[in-house]
Design a binder for this molecule. Structure first.
Ligand code: PHE
Ligand code: ZN
Length: 870
C-alpha cells in the first residue's frame, strides 16, 4: 500500500505491490504486563520487478533495543526509526532482519496491539495494530508463514496461545515456561494473535470432511468457562455448515476462541485463534437473552467463516475490506437462515439496513462499498462495508442464480487461495463461472447511496392492458453527484382483485431471472401485460431481493389487501411496516392507514397458527431511526409523539387480544432454547410492552419480573418498568443491579435499559452513572452501554431541545479520544444525519460538533469530525 498523499488521504489508485516480501517470520515474546520484549526475525526478499527500494517497515510506540542483519549488528548509518517507520538502506538482495523491541501492554488503553484485559494479555491487530507489536510491513498483501514463541511466568500465564498449530512446550528457569506455535498458511499480520493468562476451556474434537482431526476450544477466565458451551456448539455448527454449503473445510489441528471483557469491536478472525468480545461468547439462560444467543451464534459463525473468506483468501489492500466483510456477512446470514427461520432473519437484516445503513448512505459519512480514498481505515468498519456489502453479494446471487453463484464461489476460492485478492478477482471468478458480463455490476462497489425504484402503473380499461414503468434513481452523495443505473433483480407478483395470482409473464426488454422476476439493467424498463380483466394489484421485491427504496402509489386499502394476499412472509411483514410508516409520516391517509393496520394486527393476534415470532415482528412498528431516515427534515419530538400515540391507540384497540396471547403463551414460553419457546417469549414480551402502556400499575410487568426464569423474560419486564416509569421500577432495577453486580455483561444490560429510558431527564441519570463506580471509561462495552445507547437509542434524551444531549456526547468523545480513539470515533457517528434535524436541534448539533474542533487528537476522531462538518 502506498503512503497518504499531501491531501492526507490514502488513495486506491496509488496501490503498488510491496517492494520487499516477507515469506517467513519468527517472533519470540517475553511476556510481561508492564514491559514485553518482542524479538522478530524476518526473512526479507526484494521483488525482482521493483529493485532499488529501501526496506521500510511500520512501527509505532516501539522502543527499539537491537537491530541485526544476517547475524551482525546493523550500523547506525544503515537505519533510521522516526517513531512511525523503520527505514533500512543498502540491501539489494534477500537478507534476514532481527529486531528486538519493548512494548508496554499495561499502558495500552487503545486496545490495539498487545494489551491487558484484567489479568490476561491479548492482541488486536486488524487493521493496523501489528505495527504496535513489532517492526513489520503492516499491510495485508505481505503474507509470511509464522513461527511464534511465547515465554511467560507459568503461574500468571499458564495458558499461552498463538496462531496455527501447537509445536511444543517446555519449562524454563525461574518459574517461567515456553510455548511454540506454527502457522503454515501464508497469513497477513493483521490476523496475528496471541492470548495468555489463566484461561479455562471447553473442548470438543471432531473430524473434518477431509479427515483432519480438529480440537475446538473456547477459552474464558475462571467461572466464565461454564458459559462457553453454547459458543462451542456454534463453532461446530459453523464448521459443518461451511463444509456442506460451500465445500470449505477447516485447515489446522486446533481452532481456539478466547473471550475478552475488554475488546473494542465484536470479534476478530485471527488465524486459528479468534478473539472475541465476551458478549459474543458467554451465555446461559440465566444471564443471556434469546437475542444474545442468536447474536452469539451468528458472530461465532461470522468469525469462523472468515477462515476462507478473509484468511485463506485475504485482501490486497484495505480498500477491498468488503471483499471479506460483505462476503462473510452474506455467508453468516445464510448460515443463520439455514439453521433457523429464513424469513425472520431477513426481517432482522432489513430492519438494520433501513434503520442504520440507509441513513449512513444518505448522510455526511456516506461512502461506497469500496471507497476510493480514506484518511483512517478504522473508520470504514461500517454498515455500508458490512451490511450493504452483503446485500451486493446477495444481488449478485439473484442475478446469476444460486447454482452459478456457488460455482463462482468455488472458482473464487480455488483461484485465489493463499493470495491477497481484489473485488475484481471476485467478480472475475463469478463472471467466468456464470458466463455473465459483470462490468455494470461492479458499479455497486463504486457508487454510494441507496438506489430508489419509482414504479408507476397504467391500466387501460378498454383493452385491459397494464403497464408498469420502473425508473431507477440514486440520490447524490458527498463527492458523487452523478449516479448510474445498477443491475438488480426486480421480483413482483400481480394479484387479481380477489387475491388470485395473475400468472402471465409480462412483455419486457428486461431479461428474465433464474429465480423468477426480471433483471433491471437500465435506468428505465417497462413491463406490459395484455388483456387483464381488471386493474391488478402489484407487490414487489419479495424477500427484499434488491436493497432499494421502492416507491409505488398504494393507498392504505391496497396495502391491507396485499398483506392478506401476499404469500411471501417477508413482504407480509413489510406491507404492515409500510402501513405504519404511512400512518406516521402522513404519506398515507393517517386515519385509513391506522384502521387498516389495526385490523391487520388484530387478525394476526387472533391467528394461533401464525408463528408467534413473526407476529411479534409485525407488532414492532418501524423504529425512530427508520422513520427519521424517510424524512427530509426530522422533527424529533413530533415523530416520537406520533409514534407513541399510534402505539397507545393500537394497544387500546387490542387490549383483550394482547392479554389472551400473553396468557395463552405462558406455558410455551418456559425455559429452553427451542424455536417455539423463543417465539413464545418474543410475542409475550411484545404484548407486555403494549399492555404496560395501558396499565399505570404495570401489574403484568411486575409479575413477570418477579417470576422470570430466563433473562429474556426478566429483561423484557425490567424494560417495561423502567421505560414506562412504573411503580416498582426502582426496586426492580436495584434488585437486578445487586444480583448481577459481579457480571459486567449483565450490568451493561441494566445500564442500557436506563440509558434508553425515553425521556429528556435521562441525561441526569447518566450523570449519576458517570459519577459512580459503574462507569469504566476504559471498557468499550460499558462505554457503549452508557453513551452509545443514549446517543443511538434514546431520541428524546440525545435530541433534547436545549442541546444538552449533544454537548454530553461531544464531551465524552473528547475524553474517550485520549483513551480509545476507535470507541470515541464510533460515538461521533450518532451525528451522521445532523443536517436533517429541524431547528433548533440542527443549530445545537452544529455547535456541539464545532466545539470539538481543535480539541481532538487521534486520527480516528479528527477524520470523522472533519467529514461531519465538511
Ligand atoms: N474483522 C472483524 C470482523 O469480523 C472486525 C474487527 C475489525 C475486529 C477491526 C477488530 C478490529 O468482522
Ligand atoms: Zn468480519
Amino acid at each position: 500500500m502506498s503512503p497518504p498523499r499531501a491531501d492526507g488521504f490514502v488513495h486506491l489508485e496509488d496501490y503498488a505491490p510491496p517492494a520487499w516480501r516477507i515469506p517467513h517470520a519468527e517472533l519470540a515474546f517475553d511476556l510481561e504486563r508492564e514491559a514485553t520484549v518482542v524479538e522478530a526475525t524476518l526473512r526479507l526478499e526484494p521483488d525482482p520487478g521493483q529493485p532499488g527500494h529501501a526496506v521500510v517497515l511500520d512501527g509505532e510506540e516501539l522502543e527499539l533495543l537491537d537491530i541485526e542483519a544476517d547475524g551482525a549488528p546493523l550500523p547506525a548509518d544503515r537505519w533510521d526509526y522516526d517513531g512511525r517507520h523503520l527505514r533500512i538502506d543498502g540491501f539489494a538482495s534477500a537478507f534476514t532482519l532481527r529486531t528486538r523491541a519493548r512494548i508496554r501492554p499495561a499502558d495500552n488503553t487503545r486496545l490495539e496491539g498487545l494489551y491487558t484485559s484484567g489479568p490476561l494479555l491479548l492482541t488486536q491487530c486488524e487493521a493496523e495494530g501489528f505495527r504496535r507489536i513489532t517492526f513489520f510491513a503492516d499491510r495485508p498483501d505481505v503474507m509470511p508463514t509464522w513461527r511464534i514463541v511465547l515465554r511467560a511466568d507459568r503461574a500468571a500465564f499458564p495458558v499461552l496461545l498463538a496462531n496455527g498449530n501447537p509445536a511444543g512446550t517446555r519449562e524454563l528457569d525461574g518459574g517461567r515456561h515456553e510455548a511454540t506455535w506454527e502457522n503454515p498458511h501464508p497469513t497477513p499480520c493483521y490476523l496475528f494473535a496471541i492470548a495468555a493468562g489463566q484461561l479455562r476451556r471447553v473442548t470438543h474434537t471432531l473430524r473434518t470432511a477431509e479427515g483432519r482431526e480438529v480440537e475446538l476450544n473456547v477459552w474464558a477466565q475462571g467461572d466464565d468457562v461454564v458459559r462457553c458451551h453454547y459458543a462451542l456448539g456454534a463453532v461446530e455448527r459453523a464448521l459443518r455448515w461451511d463444509e456442506q454449503r460451500f465445500g470449505r473445510c477447516y485447515d489446522l489441528e486446533v481452532f481456539n476462541v478466547v473471550a475478552a471483557q475488554d475488546f473494542t469491536m465484536g470479534a476478530m478472525e485471527n488465524k486459528g485463534l479468534n478473539i472475541f468480545n465476551a458478549r459474543y461468547i458467554l451465555a446461559d439462560e440465566e444471564s443471556a437473552t434469546d437475542e444474545d444467543f442468536l447474536a452469539i451464534e451468528s458472530v461465532v459463525a461470522h468469525e469462523y467463516l472468515h477462515n476462507w473468506s478473509g484468511n485463506r483468501v485475504t485482501l490486497r489492500d484495505w480498500f477491498q475490506l468488503s471483499l471479506k466483510e460483505g462476503l462473510t456477512v452474506f455467508r453468516d446470514t445464510e448460515f443463520s437462515a439455514d439453521l433457523h427461520s429464513r424469513a425472520l432473519k431477513r426481517i432482522e437484516v432489513v430492519r438494520l439496513l433501513r434503520a442504520r445503513q440507509f441513513a449512513e448512505d444518505a448522510g455526511a459519512l456516506a461512502h461506497a462499498v469500496r471507497p476510493d480514498r480514506y484518511r483512517e481505515i478504522s473508520n470504514f468498519y461500517t454498515l455500508t462495508i458490512y451490511e450493504k456489502g452483503a446485500e451486493v453479494v446477495r444481488v449478485l446471487q439473484a442475478l446469476v442464480g444460486e447454482e452459478a453463484f456457488r460455482a463462482g464461489m468455488d472458482r473464487y476460492f480455488a483461484d485465489n487461495d493463499g493470495r491477497a485478492a481484489t473485488i475484481e478477482d471476485f467478480l472475475a471468478a463469478h463472471a467466468a463461472a456464470s458466463g455473465s458480463d459483470l462490468s455494470d455490476f461492479a458499479r455497486w462497489y463504486a457508487q454510494a447511496g441507496t438506489p430508489e425504484l419509482w414504479i408507476t402503473a397504467d391500466y387501460d380499461e378498454a383493452s385491459g392492458d397494464y403497464t408498469l414503468q420502473v425508473d431507477q434513481h440514486t440520490p447524490p452523495t458527498p463527492g458523487q453527484a452523478h449516479k448510474e443505473a445498477l443491475p438488480m433483480p426486480l421480483r413482483f407478483v400481480l394479484f387479481a382483485p380477489d387475491g388470485g395470482v395473475i400468472d402471465a409473464a409480462p412483455e419486457t426488454d428486461a431479461p428474465a431471472l433464474p429465480g423468477g422476476g426480471v433483471a433491471l439493467t437500465q435506468a428505465t424498463h417497462v413491463l406490459r401485460w395484455r388483456g387483464l380483466r381488471a386493474r391488478p394489484l402489484p407487490a414487489f421485491n419479495q424477500g427484499f431481493a434488491a436493497p432499494v427504496k421502492l416507491r409505488f402509489e398504494y393507498d392504505a386499502a391496497d396495502l391491507a389487501a396485499l398483506a392478506r394476499f401476499e404469500s411471501d412472509p417477508f413482504n407480509r411483514w413489510d406491507l404492515l411496516q409500510r402501513l405504519a410508516s404511512g400512518a406516521l409520516l402522513h404519506t398515507l391517509d393517517p386515519e385509513q392507514a391506522t384502521v387498516a393496520l389495526g385490523d391487520a394486527l388484530g387478525a394476526l393476534l387472533d391467528d394461533d397458527a401464525a408463528d408467534p415470532a413473526f407476529v411479534a415482528e409485525c407488532l414492532a412498528l418501524p423504529d425512530f431511526d427508520t422513520l427519521a431516515e424517510a424524512c427530509d427534515v426530522v422533527d424529533v419530538d413530533e415523530l416520537v409523539a406520533r409514534r407513541e400515540s399510534l402505539l397507545d391507540r393500537l394497544a387500546e384497540e387490542h387490549v383483550e387480544r394482547l392479554q389472551r396471547r400473553y396468557e395463552s403463551l405462558a406455558a410455551a414460553a418456559g425455559d429452553g432454547l427451542t424455536a417455539p419457546a423463543m417465539a413464545a417469549r418474543a410475542l409475550r414480551n411484545a404484548c407486555l410492552a403494549w399492555l404496560t402502556r395501558l396499565d399505570p400499575e404495570a401489574t403484568l410487568a411486575q409479575a413477570q419480573f418477579a417470576t422470570a426464569t430466563t433473562m429474556t423474560a426478566r429483561l423484557g419486564a425490567l424494560r417495561c418498568l423502567v421505560h414506562f416509569e412504573a411503580p416498582g421500577a426502582a426496586a426492580a432495577l436495584a434488585e437486578f443491579r445487586t444480583r448481577w453486580a459481579a457480571d459486567p455483561l449483565v450490568t451493561d444490560k441494566w445500564i442500557a435499559c436506563l440509558a434508553s429510558r425515553p425521556h429528556p431527564d435521562t441525561l441526569d441519570d447518566i450523570g449519576e452513572l458517570l459519577a459512580s463506580s459503574w462507569w469504566l471509561p476504559t471498557n468499550p462495552n460499558r462505554v457503549r452501554a452508557v453513551v452509545g445507547t443514549f446517543s443511538r437509542a434514546n431520541p428524546l434524551g440525545f435530541h433534547r431541545r436545549d442541546g444538552a444531549g449533544y454537548r454530553f456526547v461531544a464531551a465524552q468523545v473528547e475524553k474517550l479520544d485520549g483513551i480509545n480513539p476507535q470507541v470515541a470515533a464510533r460515538l461521533l457517528g450518532a451525528f451522521e444525519t445532523w443536517r436533517k434535524l429541524a431547528e433548533p436541534l440542527r443549530h445545537q448539533a452544529r455547535l456541539a460538533l464545532a466545539s470539538l474542533q481543535g480539541r481532538l487528537h487521534s486520527g480516528d476522531t479528527r477524520d470523522l469530525l472533519q467529514r461531519l462538518l465538511d
